[in-house]
Ligand binder design. Structure first.
Ligand SMILES: [Fe+2]
Length: 307
């Protein structure tokens, strides 16, 4: 597949200083900080850019206030980048900047882009400490996480009033694979689709909604202990937890969500389903209005989380 995952994300925000502190507390590395905005990074060399919402160079916002402005997807080669440019140029404006990054919009109007990936994947080692059946390692102590350090940008979640067109765009034009779907049994129309372009269970969760908007961006960490280290640190700093600790049923990941002053929510996650062999994965179809559609344990999300 040409796409390899999320490479960069840009937010347009109302309060740069608050967002700057939040992402620092969240555990991202500060790459650049200026009056015009800041850039944060992960050990995989993926980036989060924060710019003033008033910056006229930003792609347009699809909801009021601080929110997501652009997702840049990494591709595997220059040839793949050229092919995407040729394909998307047939029905929308595609520009190529000085760094060879393509910029355009998806079928709903969200800013998207593409670049040859420079990610250096980090392997998130599974928990082995005191795990039954794991190889015994002498003199090994529990690893204490006083805070989290997100390694990987996992997925983005957006609302699409034109869900069918958006779904077709991502699957047919960009080659995303369907991992699972949520279905509204009353209307027989798709309610949401978990789509992937890497071995992660999902890199994009597309939700049918009556409005456009951004729900959350998700970051991979090493395990439940790092998630709770992040939770403890962010809580002490006064940030607002939104949902967790829990485990999703679809995708299997353990999660904790916080409100993000940059827009929507942000998620720490670990232990997500990994799909190494697409031929062996059977996409599931789940009714959207059952508890297991949203979580396996940990309780239901607050109502505002879904609105
Ligand atoms: Fe998520």
């Amino acid at each position: 597949m040409a796409l390899v995952g999320i490479e960069e994300v840009t937010y347009g925000v109302d309060d740069l200083d608050t967002v700057d502190k939040f992402f620092s507390d969240f555990g991202l590395e500060t790459v650049d900080r200026a009056r015009s905005g800041a850039t944060f990074g992960t050990p995989e060399s993926t980036m989060i850019h924060v710019r003033p919402a008033t910056d006229s160079d930003l792609p347009g916002a699809l909801e009021p206030g601080s929110t997501l402005r652009e997702v840049i997807w990494g591709v595997d080669s220059k040839e793949s980048l050229d092919a995407i440019e040729a394909n998307l140029s047939t029905d929308r404006t595609v520009t190529r900047d000085a760094n060879n990054v393509l910029h355009t919009v998806d079928e709903t109007g969200y800013g998207i882009g593409f670049r040859v990936s420079t990610q250096t994947p980090v392997h998130l080692e599974p928990l082995t400490f005191n795990t039954i059946g794991a190889t015994v390692r002498h003199n090994e102590r529990f690893k204490l996480y006083e805070r989290a350090a997100p390694q990987h940008i996992g997925h983005v979640v957006i609302y699409a009033p034109n869900f069918d067109e958006a779904f077709a765009f991502y699957t047919q034009r960009l080659g995303f694979m369907v991992s699972d779907t949520l279905r509204d049994l009353d209307s027989a129309q798709g309610f949401g689709a978990f789509l992937r372009c890497s071995t992660d269970h999902h890199n994009l969760f597309l939700i049918r909604h009556n409005r456009t908007g951004f729900n959350h961006l998700s970051f991979g960490v090493h395990g439940i202990d790092e998630i709770m280290g992040g939770f403890t640190f962010l809580s002490k700093q006064g940030w607002t937890p939104a949902w967790g600790l829990g485990r999703h049923f679809i995708g299997s990941n353990i999660f904790y969500y916080f409100r993000n002053p940059a827009g929507g929510y942000v998620e720490y996650y670990a232990d997500m389903d990994c799909i190494l062999d697409p031929a062996s994965w059977k996409p599931g179809e789940f009714p959207h209005n059952t508890p297991e559609a949203l979580f396996a344990w940990g309780g239901a999300p607050p109502k505002e989380f879904l609105e």
